[in-house]
Design a protein around this ligand. Sequence first.
Ligand code: NAD
Length: 437
Amino acid sequence: MRIVILGCGYVGLVTGTCLAHIGHEVVCVDTDVARISALAAGEVPIYEKGLKALVAANVAQGRLSFALVLPELDSSIDAIFIAVGTPAGGDGKSADLSALAGAVEDIAQAASASPLIVVKSTVPMGVCDAIETMMGRLRPDLSAEVVSNPEFLKEGRAVLDFLGPDRIVIGTDDGAPNPVLEAIYAPLAEAGVPIHWTGRRSSELIKHASNAFLATKVAFINEVADLCEKGGADIRSVARGMGLDARIGPAFLEAGPGYGGSCFPKDGVALLETAQTYGVRLGILERTVASNLQRRGGLASRVVEAMDGSVDGKRIGVLGLAFKAGTDDCRESPAVDLIGDLIALGARVVACDPKAMPYGHPALNSLALALDPYDCAQGCDCLVLATAWPQFSRLDPFRLAQMMTGRTIVDLRNGLDVTGFATAGFAIHGVGRRPDS
Ligand code: NAD
């Protein structure tokens, strides 16, 4: 199959590379000159485990290439995937679909045959219908087919998730299987991946509702963690005991600083907006969104409390910048919220992350970056674990004690060895448990 992908971000680049890996001929297009130049020079502009090697292998085998401008979309192109960003709009509620509209315009201009457009970007219910209408208006001479194929990969495991997903969801005009998409995903289907064929609107809603449900799980366990702190229970044990129930499952039951990233926050509010359009109230999701905002806004207070009431003039080391481990993505990162709030409270903050850099966050201009966790701890009154990179959980508390001035640890991920740190003389403040427990 010959495939063109619009957008070389976390989803587009992984999709294009993995589709090439399973045997298709793929051209990945992006309007970002720096991104395409980097890819053309053999660099991968995002961090995702295994991606660099897979890109190199497929480029070398001639199945994967990159371009700044769409090639002519003639009848030899089997499908055009749209994987551009759909961030929160300026009102903070509805999805900003301007990049998507731009991509559709580009397709309309480059098409010389009726295209099959596959929408991988996460979009509100009804957008595929709107794309079909738009194509009809821009190119009345053609008859574009629009299919919804939302992506469920997780950053940090994106390649593995794409090649071995729990399911592939494909929404077509009439809900019937589409032969081109069947052929594209045949290698995965043959390996046992279930394909869920449905209508376009159902497919779009499956994606938004799935993210909203997972976000609700996170917000719920965080509220239970608050209760644990007051009532003397331990959230790690509570979550484990709950997760052993097959009806609940252990995933997304880790109490922490609140959910972030480029998907859950914006998809939750976009789904609320969609529901409102149809006069439906999603009260549980409203509460999830509010609860998570409150949690992220309260992270600095946790540090202030651990520091006996003030961080003014204190040196605070923050371990982690990315919104979660395994990625360099800092979009909507709780760590970034926390650092901004600590700086506003007068703290001198130094941070480190194995992969992420807080580019594009003007609030963090005065942030000092350390080379590694021990460098970060140097002279600190307090150290905060903000992102659960596995290497942070292996830190030597005695070596940290030598570096630091103070003995306070705030573990927002419950990722550190409490006994080891207590033995080294630290007071450790976790989430959903009593200090030092
Ligand atoms: P991203 O911001 O990393 O990448 C989007 C890319 O699209 C950018 O490089 C941008 O330059 C490019 N672009 C914009 N307009 C273009 C055009 N007209 N032609 C070609 N390229 C264009 O975004 P992302 O994180 O990959 O997310 C893409 C979509 O996938 C979003 O809708 C998102 O909600 C969804 N999604 C993301 C994830 C994730 O974990 N990041 C997971 C599932 C779904």
